[in-house]
Design a protein around this ligand. Sequence first.
Ligand code: ATP
Length: 234
Amino acid sequence: MALLETRSLTASYGDFQALFGVDVRLEEGQTVAIIGANGAGKTTLMRSISGVLRNALDQISFDGREIGGLSAPDVVALGVAMVPEGRKLFPSLTVEENLLIGRYGRAVEGFWSLETIYEMFPILKERRNNPGTALSGGQQQMVAIGRALMSNPRVLLCDELSLGLAPVVIKDIYAAFPKIKASGASIIIVEQDIGQALKVADQVYCMMEGRITLSGKPSEISREQIHAAYFGAH
Ligand code: ATP
């Protein structure tokens, strides 16, 4: 049984349907990458899983129970945490306070604590008393990842970590992934940087216009297949 699974997942914004029957499986310990062009529905998929969008009754299961229809706080409390697109730090709070916020939703002891997050991202320890917004984009992304990890999630959802960051910073952020994996978390990333996605993922899904158009292990799918699944065959 998959740790987390969507089954024929649909989602709409009012009259506009954004997802048309999306099936994604995340096995325990795996990293799944969702790739696709702007507007393909990747963020909508993440919002549906995390309970931010609540129109997915009976379409999402986590650890054997139905979570479609639960609220975002309930989903976090069960152990599914999200690093949202755009980081969404609390501007009036310091780095450390932003990290501690992650504990409120799920105060579960585990590998992740202020100490282990500061060990993984030492720059955050140096800046712990600075307002989150005084940091560079890459450092803010580290805070957003740390905040989600503070709940010691079983599943970490990461939406477009590399958005707006320089390649060298993206590399720094992804350098943390082996450690996050080793902590036991299973991971779903949404990523426009295909190279990065293929590097970290055990399983890749490509989305176009609200549907999965390709899935497989990175070693099994070719660049040509990805191109066709991404932009459509012309
Ligand atoms: P991006 O890389 O731009 O974030 P995406 O693959 O994450 O793209 P979504 O943000 O999930 O795509 O958007 C899927 C579709 O839903 C798009 O056509 C988008 O315009 C539409 N959409 C997204 N959010 C809303 C909203 N709040 N109201 C109406 N339509 C929306």
